[in-house]
Design a protein around this ligand. Structure first.
Ligand code: MGD
Ligand code: MGD
Ligand code: MO
Length: 710
């Protein structure tokens, strides 16, 4: 048995939507969870947990937790409920659904889930087999990385890219639209180690984030202009004779065409679009090409504007153009998840979707509920689990309006009565990570992490997997998957025969808690030194011959894919933001400021934003504004301010700071609108317009006005 595991300790895996996927140790006493620690042996977690998770046991014991199924007794949104039994809850859901199906068909029912839990058994996709079997509307899940991933799969195919641990070997690290110190903390020590060994750390971010402050160099493009910056760098690489011609010729497709397109992006033109000094574009190009190995860690935020995915494609081309992939640590880290041998088809059963079943995208939930989408049949029932759309989805005023519909039967499985759950007709209490078995993959490293059940769920809480067992029985489905135990499900979704699993089995996880998939050694791995990209040509497909040729990410539209979407530009390029003073001067007359709404340091999306001590650590909802913009509006540090546009409004306190440039405001995400000064949050003002590829969100493509609240 592992040394760290005594009789009352269990292996844990952080269930959250975070690249770090920490290996944890649950400590229990008398059947209670008393402590949660980071696993010291795990090479990424290294014994440390982040500010969100370090008191995870207290989160389990939070007195506000939902403990019993409940039925609504007051108006929708009032939070008035009565306790009912599980039998009553499940039979009421079954009865209502049977009525809806008889009158409108099963597509009038829609599930809604996201990454509140990332586990194979308890998370985002766990409900897919049940809902696909029921024949409901398919919920397409593109909150996160679908633009970036579509671009990645088009360019590189499903490769995990650079090992985050191999970053120690880098001489030049570019962290592009990623606030690692808040959002990918366990990668930061590898970056610091490289810096200690002489690497330069460059952060490209539209404001001076914590990570930008810790870098050697902060480059600050305006939101949504990264495509122009990347094209400017490409032009400069050509001009300075820094292209690795040998690598480009052998292992890429379409570079001459891209170079021709990039030719328009002179340093002066790039400066005009991005705000980055012309001389800095050339300097960055020179350093990135000549300080080998160089690597880019790209963040999720890159996709969040009209041209996000096109910009990603341009950035993805950079390591190949300068030959970074030749070296250990050189290249690009997007999402290592592509290397995980998981049987997603078995986990999500897309084969159970009847041909022609309609798909509704989760960023358009508001539109779907209030009838803007002309759905026939309309959505008459919504089943929400592992997501909090009233806070996390765009255009949340529309969602709230929809959730208030008397004729909508809403069920929410949750830990807390969130701003979404309080509109439910039936609330179901969900178990937390320490209370149910699960298996985690990762989108930030190459380890599978096993989560043991350490304690019984409190009250009548039930893990997500338990929902499908109960509902399948109610709806008369007797497929084997609805009868399997959590242990059996953990084992069922991994392709054990894949050589990357090294011949291990579940027993290995029970003894060790985690397993590094065999993708080569941290100090030797060069996955693409000789090309070998998993694309149709085996090369980096800078230019696409057949733009339909890719597989969609596992946690979004496995069902429909991009194939039915708009035509794809064969080349990467710069697509201007839809909402920016330069490109939309008319809108900017009323709403002159670009807002970005990245992650909060002490919250995990909207999780923990209801915990007093986390709110204390994070501070009240703030709005960062430049001294010039503040002065123009008579706003001083600490003043209450209102941020608004035609879509909605929220309030916060002003932080007057040089960390943002004039024209930009920053308000971080996750605050519950019911706990804010006014009934609004950053997503009251964000747009549900999609980015160009992958139906990604456009949270950074967003004009607002800010005024002082008197
Ligand atoms: N503490 C904490 N950690 C988290 C989360 C959390 O809520 N809190 N959420 C998790 C999740 S779901 C995710 S997806 C990851 C995301 O983690 P990140 O990829 O780091 O995403 P963000 O924090 O949203 O944005 C990163 C940075 O991109 C910048 N940015 C925004 N728009 C642009 C742009 O157009 N161009 C450029 N160059 N920069 C831009 C923002 O200012 C921000 O500093 O974090 C995970 N980890
Ligand atoms: N403005 C703006 N909006 C954004 C973003 C941004 O940067 N800016 N980021 C986007 C991104 S990257 C993402 S990933 C999404 C995230 O969007 P969501 O995944 O909706 O975010 P969370 O707030 O984590 O909501 C998860 C909910 O699931 C619940 N939950 C957790 N575990 C379980 C479980 O096991 N069972 C059940 N039944 N419930 C559980 C939690 O209590 C929580 O309320 O938000 C997106 N929204
Ligand atoms: Mo995300």
């Amino acid at each position: 048995m592992n040394e760290q595991l005594k009789a009352d300790t269990f292996f844990g895996a952080c269930p959250h939507d975070c690249p770090d996927t920490c290996a944890m140790i649950y400590e229990t006493k008398g059947g209670k969870l008393v402590d949660v620690r980071g696993n010291k042996e795990h090479p990424i977690t290294r014994g440390g947990l982040c500010v969100k998770l370090k008191d995870f046991h207290d989160h389990h014991a939070n007195p506000d937790r939902l403990m019993y199924p409940m039925r609504r007794t007051g108006p929708k949104g009032s939070g008035q409920y009565e306790r009912i039994s599980w039998d009553a809850a499940i039979s009421e859901i079954g009865k209502r659904w049977r009525e809806i199906i008889a009158q409108y068909g099963a597509q009038a029912i829609m599930p809604q889930s996201y990454l509140g839990n990332m586990g194979l058994v308890q998370g985002i996709n766990s409900g897919d087999p049940f809902f696909n079997r029921l024949g409901t509307t398919v919920n397409e899940k593109t909150y996160c990385t679908s633009g970036s991933s579509t671009a990645w799969l088009l360019t590189h195919g499903p490769t995990g890219g650079v090992d985050p641990e191999s970053f120690v070997h880098c001489k030049y690290i570019v962290i592009w639209a990623c606030n690692s110190i808040s959002t990918n903390l366990h990668h930061w020590p590898f970056v610091l180690e490289a810096q200690k060994r002489g690497a330069k750390i460059v952060v490209i971010d539209s404001y001076r984030s914590r990570t930008a402050k810790a870098a050697d160099w902060h480059i600050c493009p305006k939101p949504g202009t990264d495509g122009a910056l990347a094209l400017g760098v490409i032009r400069s690489l050509v001009e300075q004779g820094l292209v690795d011609q040998d690598y480009v010729t052998k292992h890429t497709v379409g570079f001459p065409e891209l170079a021709e397109r990039a030719d328009d992006f002179t340093p002066e033109y790039v400066e005009k679009i991005t705000g980055v000094k012309a001389s800095d574009v050339a300097k960055f190009a020179r350093e990135f090409a000549t300080s080998q190995p160089s690597a880019i860690r790209i963040g999720v935020a890159i996709e969040r504007s009209a041209g996000g995915a096109q910009a990603s494609r341009a950035i993805y081309a950079l390591p190949a153009i300068v030959g970074s992939w030749r070296h250990v640590g050189g290249g690009m880290l997007q999402l290592p998840l592509w290397d995980f041998p998981i049987d997603w088809v078995k986990a999500a059963r897309p084969d159970w979707i009847k041909p022609g079943t309609r798909v509704v995208n989760n960023l358009r939930l508001g539109q779907a509920l209030i009838g803007e989408m002309a759905l026939d049949p309309p959505i008459k029932s919504l089943f929400v689990f592992c997501t909090n759309p009233v806070i996390q989805s765009p255009e949340t005023n529309k969602i709230v309006e929809g959730l208030k519909r008397e004729d909508l039967f809403t069920v929410v499985a949750e830990h807390f009565l969130t701003d979404t759950a309080k509109y439910a007709d039936i609330v179901l209490p969900a178990a937390m990570a320490g209370e149910a078995e699960d298996m985690m993959w990762s989108w930030g490293h190459f380890y599978f992490t096993y989560n043991q059940k350490a304690v019984e769920p409190p009250g009548e809480c039930v893990p997500t997997s338990g929902l499908w067992r109960r509902l399948a029985k109610e709806m008369g489905f007797d497929d084997p998957v609805f009868k399997m135990t959590d242990s059996e499900l953990c084992a069922a979704y991994i392709n054990w025969d894949d050589p990357k699993m090294g011949g291990i089995d579940m027993e290995y996880f029970k003894k060790h808690g985690y397993y590094r998939i065999d993708v080569g050694g941290v100090d030797t791995r060069t996955p693409h030194a000789e090309g070998k990209f998993p694309t149709p040509s085996g090369k980096v497909e800078i230019m696409l011959k057949d733009a339909k040729n890719f597989v969609a990410p596992p946690f979004r539209a496995m069902y429909e894919g991009e194939q039915s979407g708009e035509p794809i530009d064969p080349l990467p390029g710069y697509v201007a933001p839809r909402e920016a003073p330069d490109t939309n001067p008319e809108q900017a007359k009323t709403y002159p400021l670009n807002i970005i709404s990245p992650k909060s340091h002490a919250f995990l999306n909207s999780c923990y934003a209801n915990e007093k001590h986390k709110i204390k650590a994070q501070g009240e909802q703030f709005v960062m504004i430049s001294p010039a913009d503040a002065a123009e509006r008579n706003i001083r540090e600490g003043d209450p301010v209102r941020v608004h546009n035609a879509r909605g409004a929220f309030e916060g306190v002003a932080r007057v700071t040089d960390d943002v440039n004039p024209g930009i405001v920053v308000a971080t995400l996750g605050y519950w609108r019911s706990l804010n000064r006014s009934d609004g949050s950053v997503n009251s003002i964000s747009s549900d317009a999609w980015s160009g590829l992958g139906r990604a969100p456009t949270y950074s493509d967003n004009l607002v006005q800010v005024v002082r609240v008197n």
